[in-house]
Design a protein around this ligand. Structure first.
Ligand code: ADP
Ligand code: MG
Length: 248
C-alpha cells in the first residue's frame, strides 16, 4: 500500500459525556475515492471535523502526507491542501455564482485583484471553467440564492475546486438533492478525481451512491470503526448490514 495521504491513528473525541469517536484508525490513499458510511450519529461528521482541524481531538494523531496535523487549525490545514464541504451548503446567497467562486480563494491570492479591486481575467476565466465543469455556466450571473438546493451543492463543489485542493472531504454531497441531479454529481466527483487528480473522502448515506463511487469504504457504528473493504466486501459484510438494520 502506498503512503496514506490521510492517516488517522486511534483518534478519540467526546462532547461532554457523549463519545463521538473512540480510537478510530483509518487511512485514505492518494488519488483514490474513499467512502465513510454508518448510521446517523455514528460519528462520521465528527471525524471529518477533527481531520480538517475544526475540533481539537482528545487522543490519537492525524497525519497528512506524513505530517502531524492534529494540532493545526482549519486555515493551516487548508493551506496544506485539504478542504471540506458541509452537510448544509455554505454559499453567499446574494452574490452571483462567479462572485461566490472568486471570494472562495484564499486571502493570499487577493493580490490577484488589480489596483482597482478587480479580479484578474485569469481568475474569472478559471471560475467560469469550473462553473462549466459543474454544469452551472448558464447560471453564472444569477444570485446563488436562486439556485435549487442541488445546484447550490454543485456550486459549493466548484468553490472548493477553485482552491485546487489535494484532498476534498465531502459530507453527504447527495443529501437532499433531486435524484435527477445525483448521477450528474457522482459523475463530476469521479471526473474531479480522475482528471484533476483530487483525492476524495466522502461521507455518504446513500448506499447505491457510495458503492458506485468509492474504491475503498469504511463503516462506522457508535463512534467506532466497524468494518472496511472494497464496495463488494462491504455490501456483503454482516456487521455492516446489522448496523444499518439496527439503526432503523
Ligand atoms: P454522524 O455524522 O455519523 O451522523 P456525528 O459525528 O454528527 O454523527 O455525531 C456523533 C455523536 O456526537 C452524536 O451523538 C452527536 O449528537 C454528537 N455530537 C456531534 N457534534 C456535537 C457537538 N458539537 N456537540 C455535542 N455533541 C455532538
Ligand atoms: Mg453527519
Amino acid at each position: 500500500m502506498s503512503q496514506a495521504i490521510i492517516d488517522v491513528r486511534g483518534v478519540s473525541k467526546a462532547f461532554g459525556g457523549v463519545i463521538a469517536n473512540h480510537e478510530v484508525s483509518l487511512k485514505v490513499e492518494p488519488g483514490k475515492i474513499t467512502g465513510l458510511i454508518g448510521p446517523n450519529g455514528s460519528g462520521k461528521t465528527t471525524l471529518f471535523n477533527s481531520i480538517v482541524g475544526q475540533y481539537p481531538i482528545d487522543g490519537g494523531s492525524i497525519l497528512f502526507e506524513g505530517q502531524e496535523i492534529s494540532r493545526m487549525n482549519v486555515q493551516e490545514i487548508a493551506r496544506l491542501g485539504m478542504l471540506r464541504t458541509f452537510q448544509q451548503t455554505r454559499i453567499f446567497s446574494k452574490m452571483n455564482c462567479i462572485q461566490n467562486l472568486l471570494i472562495s480563494v484564499p486571502h493570499r491570492k487577493a493580490a490577484w485583484r488589480n489596483m482597482f479591486g478587480k479580479h484578474s481575467p485569469e481568475l474569472i476565466e478559471k471560475a467560469e471553467r469550473l462553473l462549466e465543469f459543474v454544469g452551472l455556466y448558464s447560471k453564472r450571473k444569477l444570485v446563488a440564492g436562486s439556485l435549487s438546493f442541488g445546484q447550490q451543492k454543485l456550486l459549493e463543489f466548484a468553490m472548493a475546486l477553485m482552491n485546487e485542493p489535494k484532498v476534498l472531504l465531502l459530507d453527504e454531497p447527495t443529501a437532499g438533492i433531486n435524484p435527477t441531479l445525483i448521477n450528474g454529481l457522482i459523475d463530476r466527483l469521479k471526473r474531479a478525481n480522475q482528471e484533476f487528480g483530487i483525492t476524495l473522502f466522502v461521507i455518504e448515506h446513500n448506499m447505491r451512491v457510495i458503492m458506485n463511487l468509492a474504491d475503498q469504504i469504511y463503516c462506522m457504528s457508535h463512534g467506532e470503526l466497524l468494518a472496511s473493504g472494497s464496495p463488494d466486501e462491504i455490501r456483503d459484510d454482516q456487521r455492516v448490514i446489522d448496523a444499518y438494520l439496527g439503526a432503523h
